[in-house]
Write a protein that binds this ligand. Structure first.
Ligand SMILES: [Fe+2]
Length: 467
């Protein structure tokens, strides 16, 4: 394995003669950004597991040169790769031996889910390059992303699809393939940034916006951007109730504190099947009272929310209304008779799917009752806040998703007789959310979960509405 080591002259010769090379710089991102060999990419790993995942994805038919400060770590890694059959090398004595000029990075080598969200929110011109396989991409993606699978990026054809004048963010499921994509792009002379944790972390971004501010009442809508889950903070007189919180729960504390609110109550509208509820965790974190529907089973200690009762929050009384159909125990919470939190019973674009508990017909019947005799009886302009919005559904107003009885009456499904409604809804088979039976068990409290397991369990789009 004597040829694993190369010196600065040999490397310079290869670069000048345009020999295809993957030059991977193992130093910290900040040192890399301050100055690196032109055409190299930063390969700093957050864990041994990530290092192995990334290295196993390197192409076997290309010459790989590892670089660090002095040739120690790079030597070990190059020898390991060579043992596994890669054409791997390292620069003898590292960057210390490199006398030619170094280039600075114009962008970070990796970015967090929140930073990507901030740049998209600010309409920055970012090219989202999703390097997963087409099947994965079709299932679930960031709107606007372009799909070029990783293997194609190493070819001429794949690289031709990449713009030269935009900030490129590479995306995959967990942030490993996207890092290898930055290597492929660097080889082509393009800088890029890898989304840390990939789609699995992207799924966990929470964005808060004020939906209602009136006298003493504030309603904050929190959107789980990647999945379209919506949850709400209802505040009054310094106190707040959180409805349908999702992970990560600490964000709700931050959002509430910003408005001078202390979370004293946490409640779910129903037992969710498509995302992990953070209600238990948030209640524990804030010592708030935890409520669940009195008509559902939970194996954790909680207070029961009964049909017709009122739960006080600050100066407000929140009315509990049983609205079965999506699930048998679904509850709607009503504030001042003009703001309603309906869970997955009614959406901006559709109605809740009644089939997740295998009793589609019975549930569809109840859903018709709930919609026509309860929700549509609220004042015509009452704001009805759902717990999801479908892919591609635009906010109703100022970034906020809501519907009203007046708007909901335009949905063609709500024009049908009860018999036709049941027939139609039962026939509309939608694929079930990924992992839904496991998610239900976690939300019931029968299976414990660690926060770091949540992103993978929730992977995929939400599928609680009829489409
Ligand atoms: Fe649901």
């Amino acid at each position: 394995m004597s040829n694993v080591e190369i010196n600065a002259e040999e490397l310079e010769y290869d670069i000048q003669n345009k020999i295809p090379l993957l030059i991977l710089d193992l130093r910290d991102a900040s040192n890399f950004m301050k100055g690196h060999i032109e055409g190299s990419a930063n390969a700093k790993f957050s864990s041994e597991q990530q290092k192995q995942a990334v290295m196993s994805r390197l192409p076997r038919d290309q010459k790989i040169v590892l670089i660090d400060e002095n040739g120690t770590e790079s030597s070990q890694n190059a020898n390991m790769l060579a043992r596994f059959g890669f054409n791997a090398h390292y620069l003898k004595e590292g960057l210390k031996s490199w006398k030619k000029h170094l280039v600075k990075s114009s962008q970070e080598t990796a970015l967090s889910n929140e930073n990507l969200w901030n740049s998209l929110k600010n309409n920055e011109d970012v090219f989202l390059l999703d390097v997963r396989e087409p099947m994965e991409f079709a299932e679930f993606k960031i709107p606007g992303a372009v799909n070029v699978p990783l293997s194609e990026l190493f070819t001429e054809k794949g690289a031709d699809q990449i713009p030269k004048n935009k900030k490129i963010v590479t995306i995959c499921s967990h942030g490993n393939r996207s890092m290898v994509a930055t290597f492929a792009l660097a080889q082509k002379g393009l800088e890029s940034t890898s989304l840390e944790g990939g789609m699995s972390r992207w799924n966990q971004v929470l964005n808060a916006q004020t939906a209602v501010k009136q006298d003493d009442l504030i309603i904050i809508q929190v959107e789980k951007v990647g999945k379209g889950c919506l949850s709400h903070i209802v505040g009054s007189n310094g106190e707040a109730m959180v409805i349908d919180p999702t992970y990560p729960p600490a964000k709700y504390v931050e959002f509430a504190e910003k408005e001078g609110l202390k979370i004293t109550k946490v409640i779910d509208t129903h037992q969710h099947a498509d995302h992990v509820s953070a209600a238990k965790e948030l209640a524990k974190m804030t010592s708030a009272e935890l409520y669940f529907s009195a008509r559902e089973e939970y194996s954790v200690e909680h207070k029961k929310a009964h049909d017709g009762e009122s739960i006080p929050v600050g100066n407000k009384q929140i009315r509990v209304m049983h609205t079965p159909g999506h699930t048998a125990g679904s509850m709607t919470y009503v504030v001042d008779e003009v703001y309603a939190f309906v869970g997955d019973t009614l959406f901006v674009e559709s109605i809740g799917r009644p089939d997740l508990r295998d009793k589609a017909e019975e549930f569809a019947f109840e859903l018709h009752e709930t919609l026509h005799n309860k929700l549509l009886n609220l004042p015509p302009d009452a704001k009805i806040f759902p717990t999801h919005h479908g892919e591609g559904v635009q906010p109703t107003e100022n970034g906020i998703f809501y519907t009203t009885p007046k708007m909901a009456k335009q949905l063609s499904l709500l024009d049908l007789s009860k018999e036709d409604f049941v027939k139609k809804v039962v026939s509309m088979a939608t694929p079930r959310p990924m992992n839904y039976s496991m998610v239900i068990k976690v939300n019931k409290g029968t299976i414990p979960i660690m926060e770091e397991q949540v992103p993978d369990l929730e992977m995929g789009p939400n599928r609680c509405s009829v489409q």
